[in-house]
Design a protein around this ligand. Sequence first.
Ligand code: MN
Length: 452
Amino acid sequence: LATRDQQWADVQEDETHSSAALSWVSSANTADTDFPIQNLPFGVFQKDGTARIGIGIGDQILDLRWAYQKGMLSSLGGLAPLCAEATLKPLMEKGRAAARQVRRLAFQLLHAGSAQQERVRAGLVSMQEAEMMLPVEIGDFTDFYTSVHHARRGGKIARPSSPELFPNFKNLPIAYHGRASTVVPSGTLCRRPWGQFLTGSNDLSHMAPTQKLDFELEVGCYVGPGNHHGQPIALVDTPQHIFGVCLVNDWSARDIQRWESQPLGPFLSKSFMTSVSPWVVTLDALQPFQVPPADRGDDAPRLSPYLDSPEHRLKGGLDITLQVLLRTSRMREDGRDAAVVTETRYANQFWTSFQMLAHHSSNGCNLRTGDLLSSGTVSDSEQSRAGCLFELTWDGTTPIPLPNGEQLTYLSDGDEVVFRGRCSRDGYRSIGFGTCSGLVIPALSQYPGARA
Ligand code: MN
């Protein structure tokens, strides 16, 4: 393991972060690509019926199984065969230093001065031709609630006569245990779920398709090496336990959620599906974009020591600009591009990904390789920069006008939701996350077993 200083400080910046670096893959050098050579995210894709690990570069994927078979990964020693697996799990287990070695070797193979350019070219697969899969089998999925703006505004909408925030919000990162089996890769269709909810007249609908389908714009992180049961992870050690970061759409049915959530929290209103962007951006790639966590405000209680460290105060935040784009079926028919419906910043979260991990393990709960921890909805102080329609439209009561005159409240069948994420900083090359998208399709026309 690296020393504690090295886990957080700038000493790890190397040639892979230099803004001057270019790739011989020309699409990686365009200004708007999410995947310049400074990023090099990991993913799993399918080609010829087999799943392989790949590294994203421009609009191409470097096939690591191919590179392994051609002997190009031999400098990785024992890590090399892990790159030929069908899932990222064995590599994630090896920790941050292993991911760094593979990323640095990919840099050597792909940078503009590489002597191996002609050989490596045969190992590129076009992203357009690859089917992206989940990077790892997700054992557990935990969804947090870490935006103070989301919590405040949500409280105002749902419980107008109560205090906006629950009293514990500023003391600990609140979460619920999500459902791992329905975490799916970007592009998977989202079928509108059936459920129980109260209708506008407060009558109980015993079973109907949700009328309030929503997205939640979130940032997820994958656990690399886990911890032993009973052994918490210190905040200062959390960077060693996070393999990388992705975008998450925690699809939500607000009417079902409102009816079922008291007293034990969300259940079926969330568990029908959660989409993730397939590219995992490593903490190494994100290093230039680590910033101090958001200001906690004057009224916040003192941080518990297990959620605070000098290093975290300097580097705990991740400065990611997030966008939601939406395309209705009419926009698609008319050949219109998706419209941006909100933009927000992950650095504004009240709690950071590192604090989530430290808190999650603080009772001795063991996290395991491939577990997914998500941030909860990322919202800003302004309503127009919230990360879900519940807030953006005040529970569907104030529609958002779309460029073609359509009015957006909750999601309609045929709507396509696309998330994007991007990191920018003066003196550094911008990197991005690719997309996390999903198209809403109609509910089952009849509930199974229902009598006609
Ligand atoms: Mn959520």
